[in-house]
Design a protein around this ligand. Structure first.
Ligand code: DON
Length: 309
């Protein structure tokens, strides 16, 4: 579809929802963080925010859910906005081909995580954002509130505590990274801020508004620039190649957009120059990506012919 052509987002959201609903029963709600297992498994919502300021939503699009790894998009963007290229000294930008919480590559790669979206990489980015701002999780919450205009966005303390109580893997990753000298702050501080930004509750509505700066090539809701156009391209590139972990190839094949998933069931995707789109359904596939949300985004780009390819 030519770049200038307008899309009928209402029609696309209807069709995407029908496709997502047809996956009902497939996949499992994340339960390795026990507080996440209390969600309604077949909830579904989807929203679109265009660069022209239009907002569309369907289903449970205004219902808050645990954003989990979707928050990593914002920690990376804020660390780049504050620190420019310095963040890339401690983290790579290659797909890992491994699960999001894998420990195996860290040892052979000397404590430098493959990319900012696997847990190991997100811990490093959280650490740098903590150094830059003094309050990494607070910086993420404040950004989400401002961009979405929703002052109620906050960390769910029950989810954060549940993550910490069952966080042996993340603690192992953080200590291992620290043993290689790749953390600037104490492990406990980094883990606290990491859990606090993962445990933020926000809706599809909130996330499309907060993610729109990437569709606007780095420009925030108030017209100021968060990052250069080139940096926005870089964030989108890493989202495409690493945002859905070892399923990034499949996500590019089916959806064809930069996107970030979380084990709360949300996926935030970007149509550069056009819109941000978020779909949410709590049932996950083997890689930890929402079955319903990926199906909905696949339907949207397939029917509209609108992807980055
Ligand atoms: O650290 C964790 O395991 C979670 N806070 C985030 C993992 C996650 O969302 C992976 N995404 N699909």
């Amino acid at each position: 579809m030519p770049a200038g052509e307008t899309l009928d987002y209402r029609l696309l959201l209807d069709a995407a929802t029908a496709a997502a609903r047809a996956t009902s029963g497939q996949g499992h709600v994340a339960d390795y963080i026990p507080a996440l297992a209390t969600v309604e498994p077949d909830a579904f919502g989807m929203a679109v925010a265009t660069v022209d300021g239009e907002l569309y939503g369907i289903g449970d699009w205004e219902r808050p859910f645990s954003v989990q790894s979707v928050s990593k998009l914002f920690t990376l963007a804020l660390a780049m906005a504050h620190g420019g290229d310095t963040v890339w000294r401690g983290v790579g930008r290659e797909p890992s081909g491994n699960p999001f919480n894998s420990l195996v590559q860290l040892e052979s790669e000397h404590g430098i995580p493959r990319n900012p979206f696997i847990n190991a990489g997100a811990l490093v980015v959280t650490d740098r954002l903590q150094t830059m701002t003094g309050d990494a999780a607070g910086a993420v919450r404040e950004f989400l509130r401002r961009e979405s205009g929703n002052p109620l966005i906050d960390t769910d303390p029950v989810v954060a505590a549940s993550e910490a109580d069952h966080g042996h893997r993340n603690a192992a990753l953080a200590h291992f990274i620290a043993s290689h000298g790749n953390l600037e702050n104490p492990v406990e501080t980094v883990l606290d801020h990491y859990y606090a930004h993962c445990a933020v509750s926000a809706s599809c509505r909130d996330l499309v508004l907060a993610g729109s700066f990437l569709a606007r090539y780095g420009v925030r809701a108030d017209g100021t620039r968060l990052m250069s156009r080139s940096e926005a391209k870089r964030v989108n590139a890493v989202l495409l190649t690493c945002g859905t972990y070892d399923a990034a190839g499949e996500f590019a094949f089916r959806v064809g957009l930069p996107g970030k998933s979380g084990v709360g069931g949300g996926v935030l995707a970007i149509l550069p120059g056009r819109a941000a789109v978020c779909a949410w359904g709590p049932r996950l596939d083997q890689a930890g990506n929402s079955v319903a949300a990926v199906t909905a985004l696949d339907t949207l780009t397939t029917l509209s012919g609108c992807s980055i390819f």
